[in-house]
Design a protein around this ligand. Structure first.
Ligand SMILES: Cc1ncc(COP(=O)(O)O)c(C=O)c1O
Length: 377
């Protein structure tokens, strides 16, 4: 079977894991954790960073660190992995679901602006949702499939309403925005190092920022809000620290980040080069403002084809392919949340097919995928 996203663990992972065992540093204190934090900051060209146990934990801590409180609202795109919305709920807040733009699959700034204009009001420098009276506390765009959202426009709206911006960049390590790295575009940017990501720690996450206070607050909260080495805690914190074992894997992975991101881009190019011109197939979006980290590659199928059926046909040929995110507003826990019209998200998600995109995929395997798609279509 050619898998969708297999971790590539052929570097120093084993060596560094052995070091954890030999030194007995297997828990949340250890040289690899600090090294991993430094490396994530360096690779994303941020100023400060902290590692956590997962991307979801990272989003939760980022929202808390920018001041999201119980009974508030956070604007997020509906076309995302459910963890984006879950992190909002973990704060006791609720998501306000916004449609995506057709040309980028990221939060549509025009829809966001229109929603805020119609449904929100500013009082004493704060923004409130008119019908519920809830305060709007943050905007959280998602870098869909590793592609930065239209951040200048989103940041302009955020500035108008005095709202912080948290970027869910779960799969976007290696992406660029208007020629720059992505570590300092939003107030805080969050990565996932889950097993299916370009860089994995097995599981893990990190927050980076140009703002030291945000990172320190997130770090403090994620470390049970412990003050010093005595059992003194000044807030209700969380046990969200990354372990030295996770960080050991992550350090080995980050040594190869450029190679891995290059390979992801190569896979994207390979599929578009070899499959373009086939009727009923188009490709994932490209935009002029960003360079995607190309987490997954795949196809957009016309109405004529059912994605699940194509997945079954590919499976018979030894190829793993999958559907992609079902929008949050269609998920059971979120059907009643505030939302914009979903002209793009409602239609798009049914047409997206993800194809094998592992960084370890060989030329022969890529050829096999292309051959199989050509046969089916
Ligand atoms: C857009 C997005 N947000 C958040 C997450 C959650 O990250 P994690 O699985 O590390 O908790 C993911 C990961 O799969 C994701 O794709």
């Amino acid at each position: 079977m050619i898998h969708l996203a297999e971790p590539n663990l052929t570097g120093n992972e084993r060596k560094y894991l052995n070091e954890c065992i030999d030194t007995t540093f297997v828990s949340s204190v250890g040289a690899f954790v600090s090294k991993f934090e430094e490396e994530v900051v360096r690779v994303t060209e941020a100023d400060f960073g902290t590692a956590v146990s997962s991307g979801t934990a990272g989003l939760h801590m980022a929202l808390k660190a920018v001041g999201v409180e119980k009974d508030e609202l956070v604007c997020i795109p509906s076309f995302t992995f459910i963890a984006t919305a879950n992190a909002v709920m973990h704060c006791g807040a609720q998501p306000w679901l916004i449609d995506i733009a057709k040309d980028s699959w990221t939060m549509d700034p025009d829809v966001l602006a229109q929603e805020l204009q119609e449904k929100a009001e500013v009082r004493d420098g704060k923004v409130y949702h008119k019908s519920s009276g809830k305060r709007i506390a943050a905007i959280m765009p998602v870098y869909t499939l590793g592609m930065p959202a239209d951040m200048d426009k989103i940041k302009r709206i955020a500035a108008e309403y005095h709202l912080p911006v948290v970027a869910d960049a779960a799969a976007a390590i290696g992406a660029r925005y208007k020629g720059n790295n992505i570590g300092k575009i939003a107030d805080v940017t969050v990565f996932s190092f889950n097993g299916n990501k370009t860089i994995t720690c097995g599981g893990g996450g990190a927050l980076v920022s140009a703002n030291q206070q945000i990172i320190e607050k997130a770090h403090h909260l994620a470390t049970t809000a412990r003050c010093g080495i005595e059992y003194e805690h000044d807030m209700v914190g969380y046990n969200y620290r990354m372990t030295n074992i996770q960080a050991a894997v992550g350090c080995a992975q980050l040594e190869r980040v450029d190679e891995f991101v290059e390979k992801k881009k190569y896979i994207r190019e390979y599929y578009s080069k070899h499959l373009s011109g086939i009727k009923d197939i188009s490709f994932f979006p490209e935009v002029e403002w960003a360079e995607s980290a190309c987490w997954f590659s795949g196809l957009v199928l016309s109405d004529k084809y059912e994605v699940k059926k194509v997945c079954e046909l590919l499976k018979e040929k030894g190829i793993e392919a999958r559907t992609f995110w079902k929008p949050v507003h269609q998920q059971k826990p979120y059907v009643n949340e505030e939302r914009s019209e979903m002209k793009v998200a409602d239609n798009l998600w049914k047409h997206v097919l993800t194809l094998p995109s592992s960084t370890g995929i060989t030329e022969e395997e890529l050829e096999q995928v292309v051959k199989a798609i050509k046969e089916i279509f």
